[in-house]
Design a protein around this ligand. Structure first.
Ligand code: NAP
Length: 308
């Protein structure tokens, strides 16, 4: 079943955001400013290559410039830092993105702290993290801002509601919790040491799952009518799991047959959707919003740098 009436359609909302970004790019271009994003990719991780490629393609379709700098897997900290310094010094570069994960030999925090904070389109620089914490957001990580945009556009009330974020990563969980807090939700953050997870998440009127564990969130974790946002992204490559996760779902089976894999989230969609009030699917939920917000952040950086 699709639960179409409950679906929070990230793909549709992302398309709306891209249209708005495209219109802004057209205005900037007329003024001689074509926003440019430089992405840094280290190593050969296939998923990272796909992500960087699809980000570059999306930017290009919206009329922006995108460059990718590909370093070897064994690139040193110093090499990466030299590249960041070079991009910081390049007046043509509006946004700088370093694709995660970085090889274990690289100190990622050091790298993110080195990016010019105004061009830090991922919002990972300590200055941007601090501004968000103070309620003065500048560059904010793309996934949580995308989720907030979706909640706003779908007119989902946040103020005064109980929100639970499962996951406390710097990229998703923590900034998500902070944005919800600033929007006046009562926020609880859960993580791997949380006792009685289902008891805590069962209180949520808005539940954000950013756990990185496939199908962890089942109906026992979700209150009737809750808004459920699934950040997780996992490739499922065996038929048995696909049949178990999506029993009788011909569309999923056809997708699996065609591509040899389907994407699943941190939420067990088939069992949770009947209970949820609204729910994001995977794919077609948070993923497209993340890329759309990257395009918006690139335009924002281009304007900020020029005081526009
Ligand atoms: P992460 O850095 O691995 O963080 C996962 C968080 O979940 C950690 O805080 C961890 O707790 C917590 N956790 C792990 N197992 C748990 C459990 N059994 N019960 C409760 N909490 C648990 O992951 P992330 O970068 O935030 O990403 C989360 C998921 O979102 C991944 O599937 C990732 O692929 C996906 N993602 C998707 C997008 C998108 O655009 N759709 C963007 C970013 C990430 P501890 O802190 O205690 O270890």
């Amino acid at each position: 079943m699709e639960f179409a009436d409950k679906k929070l359609d990230g793909s549709r909302i992302a398309a709306e955001i891209r249209d708005e970004v495209s219109a802004e790019v057209a205005i900037l271009t007329k003024r001689g400013v074509i926003p440019r994003l430089d992405a840094v990719l280290v190593g050969e991780d296939p998923a990272s290559k796909v992500y960087v490629g699809s980000k570059a393609k999306t930017l290009a379709t919206l009329g922006m410039i995108s460059e990718t700098h590909h370093l070897r897997e064994d690139a040193s900290q110093a090499e990466l830092e030299t590249l960041i310094d070079r991009l910081n010094a390049d007046s043509e570069v509006d946004g700088i993105l370093v694709q995660l994960p970085l090889p274990g030999t690289i100190d990622a925090a050091e790298i993110f702290g080195r990016i010019d904070p105004v061009r830090d389109v991922d919002g990972f620089h300590p200055e941007n993290v601090g501004l968000l914490q103070q309620g003065r957001p500048r560059m904010v990580p793309c996934t949580p801002t995308g989720i907030m945009e979706m909640l706003r556009r779908e007119e989902i009330e946040i103020k005064g509601r109980r929100a639970v974020v499962v996951g406390r990563s710097d990229i998703v969980g923590k900034p998500m919790a902070m944005l919800l807090l600033h929007a006046h939700a009562t926020v609880t953050i859960c993580h791997s040491r949380t006792r009685d997870l289902a008891e805590v998440t069962g209180q949520a009127e808005i539940l954000i799952a950013a756990v990185g564990v496939r199908s962890l969130i089942g109906p026992e974790h979700v209150a009737d009518g809750a808004v459920v946002v699934d950040v997780g992204m996992h490739r499922v490559t065996d038929l048995e799991t696909v049949e178990r996760l999506y029993p009788g779902n011909e569309k999923k089976l056809a997708a699996f047959e065609k591509r040899g894999a389907v994407l699943a989230g941190d939420v067990d969609y088939t069992r949770v959707a009947p209970k949820a009030g609204r729910i994001t699917p995977v794919p077609g939920g948070v993923g497209p919003l993340t890329i759309a917000m990257l395009t918006a952040n690139t335009v924002k950086a281009a304007k900020l740098r020029r005081g526009l």
